[in-house]
Design a protein around this ligand. Sequence first.
Ligand code: OGA
Ligand code: MN
Length: 312
Amino acid sequence: MTISIEPIHPLFVAEVAGVDLTDPVPADVFAEIHAAFDRYAVLVFRGQPLTDEQQLAFTKNFGPVETAPNYAGAALRLSNEFTDISNLDYQGNLLDPKDRLVGYNAGNQLWHTDSSFKARRAKCSLLSAREIPTTGGATEYADMRAAYDALPAEKKAQVAELVAEHSIAHSRSKIGFDGFNSDIPGALPSVPQRMVDFYPDSGRTSLYLASHASHIIGMPLAEGRALLEELIEFATQDRFVYHHDWTVGDLVIWDNRCTMHRGRPYDLTQRRVLHRTTVSDVVTAFEERATAEQKASVARPDVLEGETRAAH
Ligand code: OGA
Ligand code: MN
């Protein structure tokens, strides 16, 4: 089998063809796919009408599959190895656009990276398009490595050792959602993540930003938030962004460690159904990679902790 890997953006993103993901992928072919994933950070496959079983089988090549807690406390349509990126209820019927679950899912329209609010963050996500509305509903991706490279030298120096605290409660509070399942705040306390990291597999350094980042450790709350916003705005300029218009049968895989993404609005009276599997990162969790100094900064009681908590 010969696969082709063609870049479709000047900075990142490649389209992979010549492989049928409904069948098990041979090890040598997967090695080529993984090398392309390291290099391009986002891979697009077209014409892959996957079942959940096939999607899960392909996902497992990348590493351990993350299971999702029931964030919003509504009955789920998919098993906990899937994140339901849809506007359907647990029975597969279109949700009322005013349903609180639709509101919860709208949080995905803020620039983010998946599971940055988990101590074991996500390595990659695989999103399979099952039903697509006639207009809108694209997903956009931004290259955090290219954004890092483009930062002025003094900004690189400023962010090099910074650690941000991430929490799902924070990002959802931004869109006015507070209807979490009662065990979520306890099960998912906020976690520290380095804002800059180097990845040996790609040889690239990347920013690590997300709507889930609530503040920067050791910085006054407002100043840290302003810096996070400034960096997100810088890193999501058009030149760093790939816009994906979905066709049923597309599978897009992205590296959550060095990209951000967001969903775009669409007509909520039409069905939009994508199934996501997510792979856990096993080597770059904060505990394993942070410097002793960064760990100490997290352990030190933050003068602004009270204020930060209240703002969540
Ligand atoms: C995701 C995600 C946004 C969208 O799949 O993780 O955030 O609506 N998707 O496409
Ligand atoms: Mn997401």
